[in-house]
Design a protein around this ligand. Structure first.
Ligand SMILES: [Zn+2]
Length: 416
């Protein structure tokens, strides 16, 4: 078996599920099991500058430049150690489907769950390949342990080559980082850009082989509070202000078309995530998303304007009926990539083409750790890690994709 696949299997055998509930960093102590294992493995393969922030579970290391490496800058690669809180990552029992025939794959003996090309048509792309799937009881953890295995195997290959009689690779200094809690949006909370030491980097955290992403949403959260006035319903005429009704009215003014269920591509949205209330008070939690910074700002303004309008309309009942609290969450990294750092995208695209990988460049309808890092001064597009159907029992990864992406990382490392 290829070493990169052995690595992958070793990493998914450790449960590193993160948690939104604990309020700690890392959010779960068990993530450190993998941090410590990777620290040891980095020592074994001869990496330099191994620097483990055990308190917060961030691991940094360096592959030194080779003789003749011209790049003065430091290139980085990043993957995250945690798996999604949405599904168990404990006792993962991977299945190998060799020479996949394009049919329905049973997950586990009982066949209660299946991978069916009718539901997941992209399976057809992998006929003849080796699929690594779950047994239907857990997620797989290809998100993002495939990324970790690929980076570790790249590091091993480059370091072994440096020690060989006739080295074949030439590259500059390369930095590596493994992070906790990406799945709960806190992967960069204690990320130390100085300790990492890269001038620019890639996260290896995308899906299907070939994915290359440098655009993501601008993101804000809005907490909306509506006050009402309760009066006995028998005598309510012209006296009652029902907070739930006003909340409905406010939501209606945002427009039905701009919702996640009606949008795709570059279309942004208002997403009502939680609604609770009674006559006296109602609460709504929204997220606002748009790739375009101008449209993003307009969406936030629209919310405030609608609130102002309703506040004026109901001024005879209350001084202020609606309060909108807006909080920016993250921004589109595109503004950090274009135009000066577009070479990151171009280098990756060309490296893919040299290896016969078809680049799939599309905007992310979400955020990435690289978006935060880009605004922390490390421009950071996202590369595919190879898996599909993240965060649940239907997750799978073709073994060939993991092997090929490891080659891609070596190719990119040597292309700067
Ligand atoms: Zn991920």
């Amino acid at each position: 078996m290829e070493k990169v696949i052995e690595r992958f299997l070793r990493y998914i055998s450790i449960d590193t599920q993160s948690s939104e509930m604990s309020g700690l960093s890392p959010s779960t102590e068990k993530q450190k099991m993998l941090g410590k294992m990777l620290e040891e493995e980095l020592k074994e393969i001869g990496a330099e500058g191994i620097d483990y922030d055990e308190e917060h579970n961030y691991l940094y290391a360096v592959i030194p430049a080779t003789d003749g490496g011209k790049n003065e800058k430091v290139l980085g690669f990043i993957a995250h150690m945690d798996t999604s809180p949405e599904a168990s990552g404990e006792n993962v029992k991977p299945q190998f489907i060799y020479d996949y025939d394009g049919g329905i794959v049973k997950l586990g003996e009982d066949g209660k769950y299946t991978l069916d090309p009718a539901n997941f048509p992209e399976l057809k792309k992998y006929i003849g390949k080796t699929l690594i799937t779950t047994d239907g009881t857990t997620l797989l953890g290809a998100d993002d342990k495939a990324g970790i295995a690929e980076i570790m195997a790249m590091a091993e290959e480059l370091l072994e080559d440096q020690r060989s009689e006739v080295p074949k690779y030439i590259h500059g200094k390369i930095a590596i980082a493994f992070t906790p809690d990406e799945e709960i949006g806190e992967g960069t909370k204690f990320f130390d850009v100085k300790r990492f030491g890269a001038d620019y980097a890639y996260t290896v955290d995308g899906g299907e082989i070939g994915e290359l992403e440098y655009e993501n949403f601008n993101a804000a959260a809005a907490a909306v509070t509506v006050k009402g006035l309760n009066v006995h319903p028998g005598e309510a005429k012209d006296k009652m202000l029902n907070a739930v009704r006003v909340a409905e009215e406010f939501d209606g003014m945002l427009g039905q078309s701009e919702r996640p269920e009606y949008t795709e591509g570059y279309e942004g949205f208002f997403h009502l995530m939680r609604f609770s209330g009674n006559i006296e008070e109602a609460h709504m939690d929204y997220i606002i998303r748009d790739h375009d910074k101008v449209k993003f700002e307009e969406k936030k303004e629209k919310m405030q304007r609608n609130a102002d309008e309703l506040n004026a309309k109901y001024a005879k009942f209350l001084d202020k009926t609606i309060t909108v609290e807006l909080r920016d969450q993250y921004y589109n990294m595109k503004s950090c990539i274009e135009p000066d750092n577009m070479f990151l995208v171009e280098n990756a695209r060309k490296a893919m083409e040299r290896l016969g990988i078809k680049p799939i460049i599309s905007p992310v309808r979400g955020g990435t750790d690289g978006a935060n890092l880009s605004f922390m001064g490390v421009p950071c597009p996202n590369l595919s890690a190879g898996g599909h159907n993240f965060h649940g029992r239907f997750e799978y990864v073709p073994a060939e994709s993991i092997i090929k992406i490891k080659e891609l990382l070596v190719e990119i490392a040597c292309s700067f």
